[in-house]
Ligand binder design. Structure first.
Ligand SMILES: Cc1cc2nc3c(=O)[nH]c(=O)nc-3n(C[C@H](O)[C@H](O)[C@H](O)COP(=O)(O)OP(=O)(O)OC[C@H]3O[C@@H](n4cnc5c(N)ncnc54)[C@H](O)[C@@H]3O)c2cc1C
Length: 427
């Protein structure tokens, strides 16, 4: 047995991906992990977040599922934003078995997911006010990380979990560019009590579609609490302005949001009217092409939004980030037990996760072509909105079960079984 070298891992970013990496790696022998986060304290921007079956699966593996409660979503409704009419029939949800009920899709506060993960991270692992400014490849010595406060550390492995505008990604792949997508989202949490006077407003989770955007409403607390609810307004047709791609979670005015929602049903306007001035946060959505490599220098991995800058497409990015983290930990564990190297672990990580992201990009490209065609063919508002709703998900090749029901443990077991088969020459 070869004497194992201790692996010193630096994780950049304490979002869902970075926290999940810290949890999963801290359970491994021979590994020490430190997380460097630019914010001065734990914080979570945004409002609510969806937890579907794929997310529950990885939260269970991280030992963090029990801390997450929220509003059960059942089947989210798709409505005509001008009239409130349901665009597709709303079937009565089938009764759920015990296991399905335990892992039912919920919408929750982002802070709850963050607290559940933070609770599982060993003490003194996260270092706040540590904004990474540069990375240097030191060859066999590792990677040097330099922070804005003039401090630096050297690590054997760096995990870039620093989100969509990742410094780690920019360093590895300087030619990879993000572009503003034309889509901007405004998000807010407000007290449920503040909308109780709008008697005919249906408060089930759902999208209210307009011509160039939508209004999304959901509770974020379970029935015993019901304190806050979430509104997102999304506009698909925003003009590019200088520095726009850097506009993320900045305060926005009620007037600005109202100017994007003129066409909506009066009930939605009544909901918008109760939002306190200064509460909205604006997110200009940027995206970049699919990365062929989600690792570099034989000692750097990109995970979460840093690895697939899709700007929240599929509404499951936190799950993707945590799945990346868990698979990376399995790949490193595998390399420890099989006496191989970090480089080999990164190859495994790449082999499992890069094709998964490629499949998402391919899906979105196809759907965007179909949606453009539908816009041309179905000229009036009702049909455009119907075509848009029909253009996401579905059955057969359009089914998104490979995302929303992804069982990351099974993915790993299949990888290991495939590797064993190929070693024994059975493939
Ligand atoms: C409008 C919108 C709605 C969404 N809705 C959902 C949803 O319903 N469900 C869902 O699962 N996902 C949703 N997402 C996507 C989800 O928020 C992200 O995919 C997820 O947060 C990615 O996690 P991450 O850890 O990769 O990155 P992030 O959550 O972005 O975390 C990155 C961390 O790195 C830190 N950081 C950045 N740069 C540096 C640096 N230089 N040095 C040190 N630290 C740094 C940041 O401060 C941050 O804490 C949505 C996204 C948007 C924009």
């Amino acid at each position: 047995m070869v004497a194992r070298k201790h692996i010193n891992v630096a994780v950049v970013g304490a979002g869902p991906g970075g926290l999940a990496t810290a949890i999963a790696l801290s359970e491994l022998p021979y590994v020490s992990v430190n997380v460097y986060e630019r914010a001065p304290e734990p914080r979570e921007v945004g409002a609510g977040i969806s937890i579907g079956r794929n997310c529950w699966n990885v939260l269970e593996l991280l030992g963090a599922a029990h801390g997450v409660k929220g509003a059960k979503k059942q089947i989210p409704m798709q409505r005509n934003g001008r009239t409130g009419e349901l665009i597709v029939p709303y079937p009565t949800p089938p009764p759920l078995g015990d296991k399905e009920a335990q892992y039912e899709s919920i919408r929750t506060r982002r802070t709850r997911l963050q607290a559940a993960l933070l609770d599982r991270v060993p003490p003194d692992t996260i270092h706040f006010s540590k904004k990474l400014v540069s990375l240097t490849d030191l060859g066999e010595t590792g990677v040097r990380l330099q922070f804005q406060d003039q401090t630096e550390v050297v690590a054997d492995l760096v995990v870039g979990a620093d989100g969509i505008r990742s410094v780690v990604r920019e360093t590895l792949f300087p030619d990879h560019q993000l572009q503003f997508t034309g889509v901007t989202a405004w998000r807010v949490l407000i007290p449920v009590s503040s909308i109780s006077h709008i008697t005919d407003f249906p408060t089930s989770t759902g999208w209210w579609h307009g011509l160039n955007g939508y209004f999304y409403f959901s509770h974020v607390d379970d029935e015993s609490e019901r304190e806050l609810c979430e509104i997102t307004v999304r506009s698909f047709d925003e003009p590019e302005v200088t520095g726009r791609t850097a506009t993320w979670a900045i305060p926005s005015t009620n007037e600005r949001v109202r100017s994007r929602t003129g066409e909506y049903d009066s009930r939605l306007k009544a909901v918008l009217d109760v939002v306190p001035e200064g509460a909205w946060r604006e997110f200009a959505m940027a995206a970049g092409p699919c990365l062929q490599e989600i690792k570099g220098w034989d000692k750097v991995a990109l995970i979460g939004d840093a690895s697939h800058p899709l700007s929240g497409a599929f509404g499951s990015g936190a799950a993707f980030a945590m799945e990346d983290a868990w698979i990376l930990a399995r790949a490193i564990e595998h390399s420890i037990t099989s006496d191989t190297t970090i480089k080999d672990a990164l190859e495994i990580f790449q082999r499992i996760r890069a094709p998964y992201y490629q499949r998402m990009y391919d899906y979105l490209d196809r759907k965007s072509r179909e949606s453009r065609k539908a816009q041309v063919e179905h000229g009036d508002f009702d049909n455009i909105v119907k075509a848009r709703v029909a253009s996401f998900g579905g059955t057969g090749p359009d089914s998104l079960e490979w995302i929303y029901k992804n069982d990351i443990k099974q993915v790993w077991e299949e990888y290991v079984a495939g590797e064993a088969r190929s070693r024994s020459g059975l493939m």
